[in-house]
Each structure stands twice: as structure tokens, then as C-alpha cells.
Write a protein that binds this ligand. Structure first.
Ligand SMILES: *Cc1c(COP(=O)(O)O)cnc(C)c1O
Length: 260
């Protein structure tokens, strides 16, 4: 943090909570806002609170890769009253149309910047059906997660790969299952091995600070050594609601075969 820091943006990776008590304490002490990137964390908890509802603002994603989807789309959770009115305006193309609909003004007009962030009724209905089944979907994802974890414990005990540890002091939504390999070469070799067996396992984007944009803002490789190390060694296993035991077995057998 520098004197110019205005906000902290914790990312609840894989639906697992950041250390929110420490982050909120620090933010309050320094007088900065907290904006939770809870894109992957819909229905996850930190202690007894839902992720995305702890900071000043939280952002959820309903992108097709997430647990609850509308193709593209998301939601913002506003926990600080001073941001509510402006958020309504920004999502309504920079107009005070929400106020107009509530009868708080006799016509609506353009008052700020904005764009068209409104989901259609059809998209909302598609998403709503999943939210009605939020516990069922989460339960199924939990089974998929635990099946991978149980099967990979022996390889993890032999030190060949790392699997996600238990979540303490909260609850995950089982957004994804990733393994961390010894080094980048091993990760890429395992990925190729699985691909030859028809299994698509992928890693993530490059770390932001080493992206062209990050570099243009003055960041340099080497500044976040843990991020850089993990991003080269991490592999995500196929993970979606309809994934069957049989298909999971193909993934697991492929990994076992790779390690002999
Ligand atoms: C998916 C994701 C986003 C982006 O969400 P969109 O709905 O595509 O805007 C942002 N942050 C994280 C951590 C994500 O996983």
C-alpha cells in the first residue's frame, strides 16, 4: 500500500475466502475501501458471512465458466450506502431512470457516465432457475471435488503434486479443482499427457503484473515471486456440474499413469 492507495481488491480465488478480518482491519486503519472480487465465490462464506457482502462493494460473475451462469453477466453487491444511487445510474446508461420508476422524479434524464448493464428477462430467468437449485448444484460440485481429492491423496502424499487443502473458518462453493506440480515443465508435460487421452486440463491467464498492461504500468517480473511460481505450476482439472464419475476416472487414471 502507498499513500495513493484508494482500495484493496481481494480476489476470492476458487471460491475460497481471503483473510477478510485482516483485510478489513487494515482497510479501516488506512481509510481505504474494500472491493471484493467474488466472481468465483457466489455462495461461499468467510466465517458465517457470504463472500461479496463483507467489503464496501462485492462483484459476482455469472459467466459461463462459473458455478451459476447466465452466459455473460454478473451482479454487484453494495454494502456502503454512499454508492447505491450512483451504481443505479451507471447501470441504467447514466440516467436516473430507476428513480423515475420509483416515482421519485417526474421524468428521467442523463446525469452521469454509464452503460447498459441490465440483464434481459430471459437471461435472468435462466439464471434464476439455477439459483433456485443453489444447494443442489453446490452439493454436486462438492462430490466432484471430493472424488478428485480422495483419488489424488496418495500422489500428494508421495510429494508428486499438491491438492487444495481443507477450507478453515469458512465454506467454499467448490468452484474449481486445481493441482500444483513440482515445476512448469512437469505441469506442461502432464497437460499434454492428458490432452492425448482426450482430457482438457488448463491453466490460468498470466499474472496481471507481467501482462503487457501490467508491464506498461511499471510492474516487473520478479515482484510477486509466489504468484509467478504458482502460475507456472498450476493445472485445473475438468470440473462442471454434469461431469460423471466415469469421466473423472479417466482424468484420474491419466494422472496416475503420468506418474507411473
Ligand atoms: C470470471 C472472473 C472475473 C470476470 O467476470 P466476468 O463476469 O467475466 O466479468 C473477474 N475476476 C475473477 C477472479 C474471475 O474468476
Amino acid at each position: 500500500m502507498t499513500p495513493k492507495t484508494r482500495a484493496i481488491v481481494p480476489v476470492h480465488y476458487a471460491g475460497v475466502a481471503c483473510a477478510m478480518d485482516a483485510i478489513m482491519d487494515l482497510a479501516r486503519k488506512r481509510g481505504v475501501f474494500v472491493i471484493e472480487d467474488a466472481a468465483q465465490a457466489v455462495n461461499s462464506r468467510y466465517r458465517d458471512r457470504f463472500l461479496g457482502t463483507i467489503g464496501d462493494i462485492g462483484a459476482y460473475s455469472f459467466h459461463e465458466t462459473k458455478n451459476f451462469i447466465s452466459g455473460e453477466g454478473g451482479a454487484i453487491v453494495i454494502n456502503n450506502e454512499r454508492f447505491i444511487e450512483r451504481a443505479e445510474i451507471i447501470r441504467e446508461k447514466g440516467t436516473n431512470r430507476s428513480k423515475f420508476f420509483r416515482g421519485e422524479t417526474d421524468k428521467y434524464t442523463w446525469v452521469d457516465i454509464g452503460s447498459s448493464y441490465l440483464p434481459s428477462e430471459i437471461i435472468a430467468a435462466f439464471l434464476y432457475a439455477q439459483l433456485e437449485n443453489i444447494y443442489l448444484i453446490t452439493q454436486r460440485r462438492r462430490e466432484i471435488f471430493e472424488y478428485y481429492a480422495d483419488a489424488l491423496v496418495p500422489l500428494s502424499e508421495r510429494g508428486l503434486l499438491r491438492i487444495p487443502g481443507p477450507v478453515v473458518g469458512g465454506r467454499t462453493n467448490y468452484h474449481l479443482f486445481s493441482v500444483v506440480l513440482e515445476d512448469e515443465g512437469t505441469r506442461n508435460a502432464l497437460m499434454d499427457h492428458l490432452k492425448r487421452r482426450g482430457v482438457l486440463a488448463v491453466f490460468h491467464y498470466v499474472p496481471l503484473h507481467t501482462s503487457p498492461m501490467g508491464l506498461s504500468m511499471g510492474y516487473r517480473e520478479g515482484q510477486l515471486p509466489v504468484t509467478e511460481s504458482i502460475s507456472g505450476r498450476l493445472l485445473r482439472l475438468p470440473f462442471y456440474y454434469e461431469l460423471t464419475r466415469e469421466d473423472q476416472d479417466i482424468v484420474i487414471d491419466g494422472i496416475r499413469e503420468f506418474f507411473g
